[in-house]
Design a protein around this ligand. Sequence first.
Ligand code: F6P
Length: 544
Amino acid sequence: MSFTKTLINQTPVWAKLNLHQRTTQYLQMRDLFDNNPHRFDEMSEVLGGFLFDYSKNRITEDTLNLLIELANTAGLSEQMQKMRLGEKINISENRAALHIANRLPENAELLMNNENIVPKIQAELKRALSFAEKVRQGSLKTFSGEPFEYVVNIGIGGSDLGVRACAYALRKYQNSNIKVHFVANVDRADLDATLAEIDIEKTLFIVSSKSFTTPETLINANTARQLLLNRLPEKAVRQHFIAISNNIQAACDFGIAPDHIFQLQEWVGGRYSATSVIGLPLMIAVGEKHFRQFLAGANQMDEHFFTAEFRHNMPVLAGLIGVWYNTFYRSHSHAIIPYAHDLRRFPAHIQQLDMESNGKKVSQYGEYLDFDTGSIIWGEEGVNCQHAFFQLLHQGTRLVPADFIVVVGDKNDIHQQTLVANALAQTRALMAGKKDSETLQELAHLSAIKRDEILPQKRFDGNQPTNTILLDELNPFNLGKLLAFYEHKTFVQAAIWGINPFDQWGVEYGKALARDIYPKLSNSCETNYDSSTNGLIAFYHHCA
Ligand code: F6P
């Protein structure tokens, strides 16, 4: 059944899932494990050094069958095929969504308007990799004829979060003398903190902006340019600034040499762009071999996504299980918990990927939806999270599905072993909780009255669901798989809910209002907003 305009919540399978949730909501995961010693084998999938364990979820085989029926009713296969073939599925912007094209093999073919677009993508990738190698080898010189020692990526949102998260993740693979920094916030403190760590005369600035109109990015880029020109003549800009954009003219107008502009295609969404030329800072940091491994990993996950049957398809299962909690259990959030310091910025990337894609209440055909769509994505690195918010996960009132991202790493390192032991212990504790009998044994030394008093405070109900992604190593290939896994999970959920994950009109509105308020901060003219905004502006002017 192909996807039609019928809203998914008006279909029979939706009603069956609602009933199934009511009849299974009291099932205890520990009982599901006790009753089936093969549960892990039946509810985990492996793709090379990437294991996806979804057995610690409040699901049964019947749940999965109903969720797959939901996917088929929503026409997920058809929508996946449309994306893969480059159809204009981003309806409101009349664009394709072809981030997968950036990691296709060189000899692949993908027709757009009867033209194979892969050669052009590959040519731009090679140009970017070649440029990156010149920076790394020191053959690209500063205005004073020295090799560059610093790179500063100036960008925000998709022009920062994904590539920054990946650069941090591949810290161990950074194999050049170049120090790569990222500046995103228009708060001068962000730029100043980076300026304090670099020598501007030895710095290459990357202005990364698909539109080349994002105010925050342009303000930072202009300030950086002015600071450089305080030290060097105007023509130094062409040597110290490059751009990654889809707006070639605006980049040229900024003063960037045409051969220093790397084109981001209009059919790559910002939050899906880390495997495009937006990844140039990562190419400089880790080099061509590792960046191509990163692309190959993403491509392997793409192939898995497009070919595996839904019952064994990792992004599909993750997306469906997310829908199960978010829409049918009405959970509000989903935690991303990487048990790896080098993945500490990954939750921030997934926040944009998921919430900017699926934070929508209107279907792609314009109908208002009367069911919950995108989750609130949040998270923190483990084990720090255990000393921050795990109390609520263990003994709070909320249902909080969580993804634990764990790395096997060096088995002889006490740090790494402790990290992994904590991750596995926490997901087990969240699932199984603790039986009163176990707690009472610990309290046996107390009087019966004291035991009864303390027991409720020490009760762990468990039944808090988690997925565990276990990587053998945090290497470029696995990172590519991880990145693509979440891109496709996000797409699956949008396809089920019938929303467009590739536009972001909500963000544009806030930007437009900021442009309207900005001049009113410079002069104390009469403002006719709401009394709060008027009052805040008045106080702003009142402050010295
Ligand atoms: O957050 C809104 C947004 O448009 C994102 O989608 C995008 O990644 C970011 O701003 C930056 O946009 P640009 O790359 O055009 O500067």
